[in-house]
Design a protein around this ligand. Structure first.
Ligand SMILES: NC(=O)c1ccc[n+]([C@@H]2O[C@H](COP(=O)([O-])OP(=O)(O)OC[C@H]3O[C@@H](n4cnc5c(N)ncnc54)[C@H](O)[C@@H]3O)[C@@H](O)[C@H]2O)c1
Length: 384
């Protein structure tokens, strides 16, 4: 088992991340709090049917009393209505300040349960048990929680750091292929802004994994996950609240690499067409083209980026979308500051650079979108 500690110096708090194949069966003993406390387990039916009973059994044998609430499946349930049900569940069962909320599922469950934990009684301890690749390397780490509004995703939320994260790599075996692709895209994204050695290591493991699902619970893969979490944690520890006045390579903003275009693609398709990571896959291709057009990277570096995205798996078609609509959606990016989009681009593999939108011409943007959204022809070496 791998164990990491994130220290958030600003508020003298720390979070621990535990990674291991089969760890869900031993959760009760690993939780760093003493029983008897009560655990409000929030999950959805699919994930609970797969893994919930083992988790409850393990908590019970360690003396925790578990009460479960299952939310419906899907992004659209990251809503005020479901949040109200979640906090009512905690209240009706008389959860107290010393009790815990545990999120068992992907990023949707994690974000909603995390937000409920952040606001009920002004904050209960939170334990994340992420079960998708994306949530294991990204959403469960860093303390962002929240829900969507009809006007946009994740517009309401709170920073609430989990006390512990438990990552069981065995749960990846049941993930549908598109969810794996989505998680791999986020992995490539993180590695592209983390450093060249880390990028090469990520690509090497993904190449070894290509076509072999059993590889997902191998020791090699089990090492890549904490390395990814560790990188995200290092950024979060340095800039927990994503300061808008920072544009250095250690600011939390660099994690938005690929996300400017991704959010626009998700908005214009009403969040129904792309998995989030798939949209990020296209976002990276577009950011790569922009970086090349500005002369920040060379053709060889652009090829490395494209090959890495190609390894993630097939992306749904995007070259039939309306460019004018995409450009209009880009202008409303919620991460813009003073009406200005800040693009995270690359000035080398593993070297992010934040570039003001005003420095990118309308012509270069159009061209980059057109080429990037064409996608990749050859995806044979992908994971599936
Ligand atoms: N808080 C953050 O920092 C952060 C970061 C990135 C993304 N997010 C959020 O995360 C969400 C996306 O998360 P996601 O990609 O995990 O999607 P998701 O939570 O919708 O899960 C994807 C699907 O996989 C199913 N599933 C989960 N685990 C499974 C398993 N082990 N086996 C089989 N099926 C399983 C789910 O029921 C769901 O149908 C978005 O709402 C996004 O906004 C948050």
């Amino acid at each position: 088992m791998h164990r990491l500690e994130i220290s958030l110096t600003q508020e003298a708090r720390s979070s621990e991340i535990n990674v291991g194949a089969g760890i869900r069966r031993n959760l009760g003993n690993l939780i760093p709090f003493k029983a008897p406390r009560r655990v409000g387990l929030i999950s959805n039916e699919r994930v609970f049917d797969l893994y919930g009973r083992e988790v409850v059994r393990s908590l019970k044998s360690a003396g925790f009393k578990t009460i479960t609430w299952l939310m419906p499946e899907g992004e659209r349930y990251k809503s005020f209505r479901e949040l109200e049900k979640a906090v009512n569940f905690l209240s009706e069962n008389r959860f107290e300040r010393d009790d815990l909320v545990m999120a068992l599922g992907g990023g949707v469950v994690g974000d909603l349960a995390g937000f409920a934990a952040a606001i009920y009684l002004r904050g209960l301890r939170l334990v994340q048990v992420p079960t998708t690749l994306l949530s294991q390397i990204d959403s469960s780490v860093g303390g962002k929680t929240g829900i969507n509004l009809v006007t946009g995703k994740n517009l309401v939320g709170a920073f609430h750091q989990p006390a512990s994260v438990f990552i069981d790599t065995e749960t990846l075996a049941s993930l549908p292929p598109r969810e794996l692709t989505s998680g791999f895209c986020e992995m490539v994204k993180q590695s592209l802004v983390a450093g060249e050695t880390f990028f090469q290591m990520t690509v090497r493991v993904m190449q070894d994994a290509a076509g072999k699902r059993e590889f997902l619970s191998s020791p090699e893969f089990e090492e890549l996950i904490p390395a990814q979490c560790s990188f995200k944690a290092s950024i979060v520890a340095n800039d927990e609240r994503e300061s808008t006045n920072r544009s250095d390579t250690k600011s939390r903003r660099v994690l938005n690499f690929g996300h400017t275009t991704a959010h626009a693609l998700e908005t214009i398709t009403n969040y129904r067409f792309f998995r989030h990571g798939e949209a990020v896959g296209y976002g990276m291709l577009v950011a790569g083209e922009l970086s090349r057009n500005l002369g920040l990277i060379d053709a060889g570096e652009l090829k490395q980026l494209r090959d890495a995205v190609s390894l993630c798996g097939p992306l749904p078609r995007a070259d039939n979308l309306n460019l004018n609509q995409i450009i209009a959606a880009l202008k409303h990016d919620k991460k813009s500051v003073g009406g200005q989009i800040n693009w995270v681009l690359l000035e080398g593999i593993g070297r992010p650079r934040i570039v003001e939108g005003g420095l990118i011409s309308a012509k270069s943007l159009r061209l980059s979108l057109r080429v990037g959204l064409k996608g990749l022809e050859r995806q044979k070496a992908s994971f599936h």
